[in-house]
Design a protein around this ligand. Sequence first.
Ligand SMILES: *[C@@H]1O[C@H](CO)[C@@H](O)[C@H](O)[C@H]1NC(C)=O
Ligand SMILES: *[C@@H]1O[C@H](CO)[C@@H](O)[C@H](O)[C@H]1NC(C)=O
Ligand SMILES: *[C@@H]1O[C@H](CO)[C@@H](O)[C@H](O)[C@H]1NC(C)=O
Ligand SMILES: *[C@@H]1O[C@H](CO)[C@@H](O)[C@H](O)[C@H]1NC(C)=O
Ligand SMILES: *[C@@H]1O[C@H](CO)[C@@H](O)[C@H](O)[C@H]1NC(C)=O
Ligand SMILES: *[C@@H]1O[C@H](CO)[C@@H](O)[C@H](O)[C@H]1NC(C)=O
Ligand SMILES: *[C@@H]1O[C@H](CO)[C@@H](O)[C@H](O)[C@H]1NC(C)=O
Ligand SMILES: [Cu+2]
Length: 650
Amino acid sequence: MASAFNWVVAAGFTSRLVAAFQIAGPGSMSNLGTPEAAFLPKFIGAQVNQTLNLPWGGMNVTNTDPYSSRPDTGVTRTYDWTITRQTGSPDGVPNELLLINGQFPGPLVEANWGDWLEITVHNNIDNEGTAIHWHGTLQQESPWQDGVPGITQCPIAPGSTYTYRFKPDLYGTSWYHSHWESQYASGLTGPMVVYGPNHVDYDLDLGPVIVSDYFHEYYTEIEAGFLAKNVEVTSSDNNLINGKNSFGDNDAPLASFNFTSGKSIRLRLINPSAFAVEKISIDGHSMTVIANDFVPVQPYVIDTVTLAAGQRTDVVVQANGSSTDSIWLRAFKPPNCSPSKPDSNLALAAIFYENADRTQAPASVANADAYNDYCGNDPLSQTVPFFPMTPGDPDVTEIVPIELRDNGTADLWYMADRTFRVDYNTPQLLNAEEGNLTFPYIQNVHNYGSNNSLRFVIENPGAEPHPMHLHGHNFWVLQEGPCGGDTVGSDTQGDTSGGMASAAGIGPGQVGHGPPGGPVGQPGAGVHMNYARDKAVKRDGSDSGSGSSGLYGNCWDGSITNPNNPQRRDVQMLLPGHYMVIQWNQDNPGIWPLHCHIAWHVAAGFAWIVLERPDDIMKYGDIPSFMSQTCQDWDTWSSSDVVDQIGDGI
Ligand SMILES: *[C@@H]1O[C@H](CO)[C@@H](O)[C@H](O)[C@H]1NC(C)=O
Ligand SMILES: *[C@@H]1O[C@H](CO)[C@@H](O)[C@H](O)[C@H]1NC(C)=O
Ligand SMILES: *[C@@H]1O[C@H](CO)[C@@H](O)[C@H](O)[C@H]1NC(C)=O
Ligand SMILES: *[C@@H]1O[C@H](CO)[C@@H](O)[C@H](O)[C@H]1NC(C)=O
Ligand SMILES: *[C@@H]1O[C@H](CO)[C@@H](O)[C@H](O)[C@H]1NC(C)=O
Ligand SMILES: *[C@@H]1O[C@H](CO)[C@@H](O)[C@H](O)[C@H]1NC(C)=O
Ligand SMILES: *[C@@H]1O[C@H](CO)[C@@H](O)[C@H](O)[C@H]1NC(C)=O
Ligand SMILES: [Cu+2]
């Protein structure tokens, strides 16, 4: 599926590299992807040859439902972080970054399944609040530690400190990031590994392989630009592996990794991009997928891993090369999935076998599928959770069309006719705990009471893909597919989809390469971005727009892929011109955003707030005590300093 264009990008990059090849070493902004980064253990405290006495006892992938039971090791692991804004040059270009303890990417957080984490965050940014979200954690015992400002806490004010204390309830690979506006696009993010049981054995754990888009402009400029419809600024400048790459011909050093011939090696692939889809491949090697997000899956073999923003995939690779081999690991961000500058789309990392010549650039050839530019995830039929769970009939079904709307001065995202904005001074969870379930309309809070299960049919009539993420849960992905029926044809007003495509910096003919046969999101194919406003009708019969009823919700035929055990994860890509159906059980009282994980989209109102079991939230008597210090500090700071809330706040 690779287009000629993509191959040109790749070839240009590779030939330049051969001239001046350097791998990153001491002095890098993070040791991840350098020879100093240690292989990871099977668990913290692991002894060589120790197989008994696992920290989590006899609980394993097949005998334990991790959503309802988990071990308790009695261990608390502590971290102490200071966040600063300073100049760094991870790709050789000086850039204004937000750093944790001076590192980019941020420090690796490690825990055993059943441990507690206690992470103290000092905000030393002089004029911005912050809050750190632990992506993919359920926060079942601590919904106030989810790290979303205005929702589960007041922001940590400049000069203030907050300590997050939570149990990373699921095991596997994840990441953390600031949830204040798009701060994470300027570096405020890092990897998180929770050691737990394995259903596929391996010899060595290479640790995090973080692949992400990268911008040479501070996030506030980009966010303001997106809102002001100056979307050129959302074109990424580079692609990084563990925070490393060169730019242009500056010869900045690359990431590298060690392979040992004959060994099976686990890689923890993470995409913390602001926007990009990443295609990850290793020349001459295939990969066995063992987990998607925090969900172990029945192993399947592929040549190229696809990660949308927020997603992770754990793979095991057989190091079957010879001991003198050196090869490339490639991360390619297809320019049809996110806007990007020319020549910015490929990152390479060197993989050296034990006797390789480490001074020479690898000369290996890309796999046939390395520059595949399909933006969607692996087929639902292929991604089968190892611990099976069967969804029941939902108590509530929502039909949610999405739409980008121009309000005259700004581009904002709407979900079923609703956009979103927080108030940093009154966190929603505090309101709920106090029994006040009346939220300002703009906060887009939906009270689902004590319903047992919720289903969302999300329809994307636009020209861009959206990686949909839910806090506090892994959702089932019941089905996905083209959504032409609802979006093509009847609406003759406001056909601005071509404008949307170019607004995103995506040129004609590059939009939404779907699975074969789909008329997917091609400009001019009748996709109407204003459709949602005009025709949105929720299934409960309330007409949320000005149109007639019954036009939404017609795309999905009710079929479910693997109905006894559908794919579960915490981010799923929603393609242009497609729908997706997700479902989850309300087993986690709290207040959880369902949002697009593209930083510029979520900052422009693309969030729907799920209020889950408020009666049980009210039983958490100690929420005010967790919030009081940050809220007092925030009130004090924000009463004397003007808060420049560029976007919706998250
Ligand atoms: C990678 O290999 C190099 C060369 O043998 C060695 O110096 C370095 O310590 C190795 N790193 C790891 C993490 O094994
Ligand atoms: C592990 O135990 C076996 C059997 O006792 C022993 O032969 C081997 O050397 C041990 N391996 C290491 C790395 O200690
Ligand atoms: C998990 O443990 C059970 C025993 O409780 C065992 O039968 C099963 O094989 C184990 N599963 C894995 C994947 O190790
Ligand atoms: C290594 O395994 C891959 C499949 O993973 C295969 O295509 C390749 O030919 C193998 N290489 C060697 C040297 O055996
Ligand atoms: C459009 O939305 C922006 C961002 O929320 C807001 O600042 C502006 O006032 C809105 N403009 C109009 C005309 O409503
Ligand atoms: C409930 O919260 C809303 C929004 O913060 C606020 O406007 C309202 O005054 C509160 N109501 C009560 C009774 O406290
Ligand atoms: C279920 O959710 C709906 C909102 O979609 C709400 O009106 C209803 O009261 C909830 N039912 C229960 C039992 O909480
Ligand atoms: Cu989006």
